[in-house]
Write a protein that binds this ligand. Sequence first.
Ligand code: NDP
Length: 391
Amino acid sequence: MRRISVFGATGSIGENTLDLIGRRADYRVVALTGGRNVARLAELARSHRAEVAVTAYPACFSALKAALAGSGVDAAAGPEALVEAAGRPADWIMSAIVGAAGLAPGFAALAQGTTLALANKESLVAAGPVLMAEAARHGATILPVDSEHSAVFQALVGEDIAAVERVIITASGGPFRDWPAERLARATLAEAVAHPNWAMGQRISVDSASMFNKALELIETREFFGIAPGRIEVLVHPQSIVHALVGFSDGGLMAHLGPPDMRHAIGYALNWPARGALPVARLDLAALGSLTFEAPDPARFPALRLAREVMETGGLAGAAFNAAKEVALDHFIAGTIGFAAMAGVVEQTLDRLSSDPGLTIAPSSLDTVLAMDHLARVRAADAIADMSRKK
Ligand code: NDP
């Protein structure tokens, strides 16, 4: 029996992961975690016969316990319970909590030397070097789940990383690919989450619309594969069929194609190092007819430029960038800032932190990352307060 835990089970990645897990009789579910969607968490824990279900919020504990009454599934709540659940012996753990909240459980999972399927890209952006060092220290394996990074990972099988000349990750361009800047500034939450190709959680959908998702993925590529920033390119590809391409020193490009269905990348990580059959649609290239590519527009989507500046700064700039982006996103979702203001908040936060000597210090532990995360959230809130005063 292969023991499986899913962190962020009630989310889009979590549900897709459990869809695949539920098809296998040789898997046993250890821990499932969620946030506020306690009813769904209990339902999943019951149907997958989990050992324990954990909500991140202590205030949700009694509702979870009540929903699990008589099921034989233990209930727990709070950040410490998440970390405890990540330490429960499991052979494969999905890290699909959204945001920096995924950091501590991810580190706890690595400490048991297991295989961590990493959807939570924020972990690599905020704490890449520490996370990779922690995995090496415990003999743990990290597998990419982001479709682009899974694609690069697959294109690199059997290849010498030294022969990699460039990596190209694709972006659909999101719902606002063709929108002029004036219209972008007035974009609503409903418009931002209406992704043309992918069905994803609310937060990553908005990040896709602003290209902050691709900005995080640029940094994720650098951290995961150790590719120099100058060798990583972003290409807009509205059909979301080619997920990434790897260019080698002989000029050849290896592309990974697949339908926009996250069960492909999740399933690859689940079956790795083998390949197993997956219930994803097969591409009909003749029916698709054409695949198109274009360069991203840096003026309308400043997130990519900011990510490159962050990579140049190094140190804890990734932690600051991610935290500032999360605060800006919270405010956009709450309706307190406009869509285009998000990039301004992130840029101002990084400016405010630029004189802080701590920004450029290489992260040495999860605690140093969390301290920068906290500081950046304070600075981002200050930047938003200043912006609204000047209005
Ligand atoms: P969702 O918003 O759909 O789900 C997020 C999950 O995290 C839910 O289970 C949610 O619980 C839980 N959660 C929310 N806040 C907290 C918290 N503070 N502490 C602990 N758990 C929390 O997100 P996605 O599934 O879309 O994305 C998950 C991760 O995967 C993100 O890092 C994203 O960038 C990455 N990713 C997602 C892709 C996608 O296609 N969706 C593609 C590639 C990467 P609840 O809902 O119960 O509140």
